[in-house]
Design a protein around this ligand. Structure first.
Ligand SMILES: Cc1cc2nc3c(=O)[nH]c(=O)nc-3n(C[C@H](O)[C@H](O)[C@H](O)COP(=O)(O)O)c2cc1C
Length: 276
């Protein structure tokens, strides 16, 4: 399989796993996870990120860490802390999705959690500092053979198996002719996970320039005050796009949204320019 097909497969393979088997990791996997943490210490826009692998194995209790019943059987969690700055949520989303895709490649299951976890417990465990944010965590481990009933209900509630139409997400692709490579790379963005599957990413494609805009879901922020999950979603979309671009043999430059065209009802987040 060539690199572009391998990346598309990885993106397709990733799915939120909420029920875990009791199979434990091998020493090699611990090593690989810790190496990934090291590789992902700095965000695209310079944020400092530190990850911690947290054991949930406690003989005294079935679950040490609270996820309000959303996750079952997880032996480990990964928490990430990022220093506060204007691009913190984007950087966190970008690096953490890179981590999640790499874990998917190791056949490990994950599930972004930005709302349904006991924040205080994880903040304590990672020793969260005053200038840091803890946007999300993920369980990590082997999936059970089939999804649990509760998991199926959560997926049904969030319509997790669907995505918005291509033309809704990629604004001027109907009128512009874009290459087959670009279509496949944009499909990788379309398959990305997002909080409550809201898919707030909108892209404006002009030749080899890709403007990433955030179209916020009305009222969404009030569920997680101070934790901008839709900016995290933007970082995730950028990770899928740049990962796909590299796999298709492109190099890219990225800049923040300050010089992007202002469009109604959307926030300019970042612009990616590709070259070959
Ligand atoms: C930033 C972010 C936060 C999320 N928070 C939660 C959460 O708190 N609880 C949960 O069960 N799922 C959470 N999810 C998972 C989404 O519901 C899931 O990604 C989406 O429904 C698409 O399903 P998929 O990941 O299987 O493709 C979150 C996803 C993202 C990207």
């Amino acid at each position: 399989m060539n690199t572009s097909q391998a990346f598309i497969e990885l993106v397709r393979k990733r799915t939120s796993i909420r029920k875990y088997s009791d199979q434990s990791f091998e020493a090699q996997e611990f090593k690989e996870i810790l190496n990934l943490f090291k590789e992902l210490e700095t965000g695209l826009f310079g944020s400092k990120i530190r990850y911690k692998l947290i054991s949930n194995l406690d003989e005294q209790a079935e679950t040490r860490f609270g996820t309000y019943g959303f996750i079952s059987g997880a032996q480990y969690y990964i928490a990430g802390a990022v220093n506060q700055n204007p691009m913190a949520f984007i950087d966190f989303g970008y690096n953490t999705e890179k981590l999640i895709l790499a874990l998917t490649g190791l056949n490990l299951g994950t599930c972004w959690l930005g709302g349904t976890f006991s924040r205080g417990q994880f903040a304590e465990e990672i020793n969260l500092q005053e200038n840091e944010l803890l946007p999300c965590i993920t369980p990590v481990g082997y999936a059970t053979e089939s999804r649990g009933l509760r998991e199926k209900l959560i997926r049904f509630g969030a319509k997790s198996d669907t995505r918005l139409p291509f033309e809704t997400l990629f604004l001027n692709t109907e009128t512009n002719t874009i290459s087959d490579d670009f279509i496949q790379m944009l499909e990788c963005v379309r398959m990305a996970p997002s909080a409550s599957n809201k898919q707030p990413w909108r892209l404006v494609v002009t030749d080899n320039q890709f403007g990433f805009y955030l179209k916020r879901t009305a009222g969404y922020g009030k569920f997680t005050p101070g934790n901008d999950l839709q900016q995290v979603d933007m970082g995730i979309a950028l990770a899928h796009f740049t990962g796909a671009a590299e796999a298709f043999g492109y190099t890219f430059t990225i800049s923040n949204g300050s010089n992007m065209e202002i469009l109604p009802e959307m926030e300019a987040v970042a612009e990616v320019v590709l070259s070959k």
